[in-house]
Write a protein that binds this ligand. Structure first.
Ligand code: NAD
Ligand code: UGA
Length: 440
């Protein structure tokens, strides 16, 4: 293959990105910020046209500015040939959603492999999350071309920050492709995270195991929270006391109404099924999944304890996105919660600062309001679903007067319970004692 044309004499290798979604666009924009010419391909032409106009289309802090600042170095296209001509390293960032069976759907990854010309010497750098074993199969199929596994660990809401300041960068390759792995590692060198060089299957397993472990911590603290409610302990105090043990650490011990998002649910399920397909019963992950499903529903019993039957009750949901600082609704706890509430006969009113447009089609029968205060109007109870900082700024005393009944279930232990109670609210969180006003 002739030397790629895209580096414009900067000495920095041009980078190809396949799939311009959350991971692909962040990858493209961050490599452009590091000075690389980036050629990003997506199959959705409207998305590509919008990106060419500088419109990012997703809510991710800092991303729009990064895309704007690096417009000269970012080239968006629907044509794979354009990427192949310009770059040798191709970062594959296509989606790997769950199939009906819960296994990862690798059809988009397959489509990328099939797009590669025979005897190409491009290097596929797999950032999409794929089950261990996938990369080895593709590597054998590709023959001469390089294959490197480089899983992505960014979180939505802090994706740019996470990409630019990684804890570690995992680079997995077969020994004969160590030069390609060197080239990938070199791209990440300026970011300063530890580079973990390993084989392909281990790299793939590091990704799935990391997500499954983080999800396990969340289900664990949610169960501890549920026990705290039984015995009168405060899970916030418990998590703080546990997290100071350096072997445990403080992260991912926030209880709530379950984890959601495009990755934890699908990756935990994919790992469980991968183990099962290989003949191993991954008992622990069954519990992690079940605890998470039940956790999303516990809010309903909290509400009925205060309100009795929910038939005809008006319940306001504050926040819909699966976490703050994103408009991503994939597997958001609000989807299960609103369906359960409507199933109980409640009327559901909702507000989210950025996710309502994405949520509308997913939440049939749920009425959206333009502000939190409007959502709270005449409500019999409010549920804080997503911990958007602006919810702390609500004028709660005013809100209490506008509600039919000033009751709030804080699903993320995010609000100041004392302030709420001083404003006339009955406030119940997750795994912590309910204030004196909470027992009616
Ligand atoms: P996404 O759905 O936001 O984006 C995927 C993009 O790929 C879409 O724009 C789609 O049109 C495009 N695409 C599909 N087939 C294509 C093809 N053949 N050629 C070019 N483009 C194609 O997905 P995402 O959230 O960015 O996730 C991508 C992968 O990264 C998944 O495997 C996911 O598990 C993993 N991951 C995601 C995150 C995250 O926070 N979203 C973090 C780490 C890892
Ligand atoms: C997660 C991982 O944190 C990333 O490292 C990984 O790259 C990504 O999945 C992926 O593979 O896609 P993300 O889903 O974007 O990132 O966001 P998280 O901050 O991990 O939150 C996931 C869910 O867990 C959210 O619903 C959040 O509310 C919940 N959560 C998180 C808790 O309930 N408690 C916590 O302590 C932390």
């Amino acid at each position: 293959m002739p030397e790629p044309t895209g580096n414009r004499g900067t000495g920095k290798a041009p980078v190809g990105v396949i799939g311009a979604g959350w991971v692909g666009l962040v990858t493209a924009a961050c490599f452009a910020e590091l000075g690389h010419e980036v050629y990003a391909r997506d199959v959705v032409s409207e998305k590509v046209e919008a990106l060419k106009r500088g419109e990012v289309g997703i809510h991710e802090p800092g991303l729009a500015e990064l895309v704007q600042r690096n417009r000269d170095r970012l080239h968006f296209t629907t044509r794979i040939e354009e990427v192949l001509d310009a770059a040798r390293l191709l970062f594959v960032c296509v989606d790997t959603p769950p199939t009906y069976s819960g296994d990862a759907d690798l059809s988009r990854v397959r489509a990328v492999v099939e797009d590669l010309p025979a005897a190409s010497d491009h290097v596929l750098v797999m950032k999409s999350t794929v089950p261990p074993g996938t990369g080895e199969t593709i590597r054998r199929e590709l023959g001469g071309s390089g294959y490197v596994s480089c899983p992505e660990f960014l979180k939505e809401g802090t994706a740019v920050e996470d990409f630019m300041h990684p804890d570690r960068v995992v680079v997995g390759a077969a020994p004969e492709h160590s030069a390609s792995a060197d080239a990938v590692a070199a791209l990440y060198e300026p970011l300063g995270g530890e580079i973990v060089r390993t084989d392909i299957s281990s790299a793939e397993m590091i990704k799935l195991a990391s997500n499954a472990y983080l999800a396990t911590r969340i289900s664990f603290i949610n169960e501890i929270a549920n026990v705290c409610e039984e015995v009168g302990a405060d899970v916030g105090e418990v998590a703080r006391g546990m997290g100071l043990d350096q072997r445990i650490g403080p992260s991912f011990l926030r209880p709530g109404i379950g984890f959601g998002g495009s990755c934890f649910p699908k990756d935990v399920s994919a790992l469980k099924l991968l183990a099962g397909n290989s003949g191993y019963h991954f008992q622990l992950l069954n519990s992690v999944i079940e605890v998470n499903e039940l956790q999303k529903r516990r809010v309903v019993s909290k509400l009925t304890r205060h309100l009795g039957s929910l038939v005809g009750r008006r319940i306001a949901l504050l926040g819909l996105a699966f976490k703050p600082e994103t408009d991503d609704m994939r597997e958001a706890s609000s989807l299960v919660l609103s369906a359960r509430l409507r199933g109980e006969g409640a009327e559901v009113i909702a507000f989210d600062p950025v996710a309502m447009e994405n949520a509308r089609d997913l939440l049939p029968g749920v009425e959206m309001r333009d502000t939190a205060l409007e959502a709270l109007e005449n409500a019999d109870a409010a549920v804080l679903v997503t911990e958007w900082p602006e919810f702390r700024e609500i004028e709660w005393a005013r809100a209490a007067k506008r509600m039919n009944r000033p009751l709030i279930i804080d699903g993320r232990n995010f609000l100041d319970a004392e302030l709420l109670e001083a404003s006339g609210f009955v406030c119940e969180g997750i795994g912590r004692p309910t204030g004196s006003s909470g027992t009616e």
